[in-house]
Design a protein. Sequence first.
Lengths: 279, 279
Amino acid sequence: MTHWKLTLAYNGSGFHGWQVQPGLTTVQGTLANALFRLTGERVLPQGSGRTDTGVHALGQVASFPLAAPLPPGNLQRALNRVLPAGVRVLTTEIVSSDFHARHSARGKLYEYRIFERRVRAGETGAVHERICSPFLAPFVWDCRWPLDLESMQEASAFLLGTQDFSAMAASSRSNEDGEPNPVKTIYRADWAREEDLAIFRVHGSGFLHHMVRNLVGTLVDIGRGSLALMDLPRILASRNRSQAGPTAPASGLYLVEVFYDQSKVGPELGDAALVEAAL
Amino acid sequence: MTHWKLTLAYNGSGFHGWQVQPGLTTVQGTLANALFRLTGERVLPQGSGRTDTGVHALGQVASFPLAAPLPPGNLQRALNRVLPAGVRVLTTEIVSSDFHARHSARGKLYEYRIFERRVRAGETGAVHERICSPFLAPFVWDCRWPLDLESMQEASAFLLGTQDFSAMAASSRSNEDGEPNPVKTIYRADWAREEDLAIFRVHGSGFLHHMVRNLVGTLVDIGRGSLALMDLPRILASRNRSQAGPTAPASGLYLVEVFYDQSKVGPELGDAALVEAAL
């Protein structure tokens, strides 16, 4: 039995999220079907966590065992031939049997992309909003308010460190990691302007269901002036979801990277360069 | 009664093409519904031509009359508020009553985008194919053959001028412009490399149904070596669809611009700068 770790990129707009659901196209189900087509083995790949409908991944991680012996590069090429174009296998590695995409994860990096309709001056001095391209729309939040990114950056500092994020959990309190502990550590939370986008990057030990989208919704409320900077520590301390801002749309959210202890990775096929060499 | 000319961009992956069809989401039907919501008037906007399911537009043109008096900038903003994010109104102009998006059109520019899986060298000198991003896939043809773009460029010269393009028509012989004349004039047909893409641009007096996609399929057959350069004039002369290459996928095709005689445009609100001034 060989234990596999895959990194995957997917376009969330074509899937009803990660987790397999009867009658719906999900990433987990699509990957399971592709593995069955290739090997005849019925395995359910474990993800580092669920992603909701419309949420994208640049580096989701999945793990599963296979009886069939396959060189890593062959598995990658074969999967990319049978998978739909909306999911791509970026790397394949053989790992030790105690590696588990969710249980072994030590942290995650998410990105949230907002299209800023910043005004531009017309020829006569008249101003109007930029139009969000219909080709970009599935991959951003087309946010209709002008945003004060400096305030949002300042507010993001309140997220750093270890605290109870119950105020930022989904109303249902379901946890993406299947564990109810609302105490998480945030290592990094910052905003950057890149062309027409405002991009939020947040790296934490783990995230509650909807937590990044609720953080973004709350920070946007600060950026548009409907909440004050100092409302954020008060909201966090309340541990009350109803105090926070709205849930930002799924379309702007990307799971960028999942971090693991190096010791959990098996025969050192962990980086893309080595995977390339195996092809 | 005011006569309107709109330019539209749309993401074809969310629509069953331009033309209204019962029970299906089409661009024409979506625009008609938005106009009804805004004005209470039932009009069917006329397009410069149909686009098929999955085909994109950067500058489709639609025309229709409205009884409601509206400043052009207001109509644009109001439509963009009620339309889904996959269609955007780029410009709005008031035109004379004899303007018709299809009948007045004098030419069109199409673009076709191919993702080239060109090999790159890994760290150890091993090579592998680039992976087409799942975010790019709906907007290109992820073509699995290495392409000799120089041959394709050379072959494209055979398309220039006025000739019978029956060999490049859809098998059904249905014509995008609703007219069966297979004689068209091509003013420009060339290939360019832009980052990982090979882009074909073709400007003609008009195009038969599937004509651009059949041209691209045939040129790709030349670029991958399964047809010779000199096969193209022979195929064109045959006027026989079965001689040409396959129909390239819809996802790579963009209607970029529709050209009109300037005299057909009414009160000179034709360019984006003036439309901006009206906002």
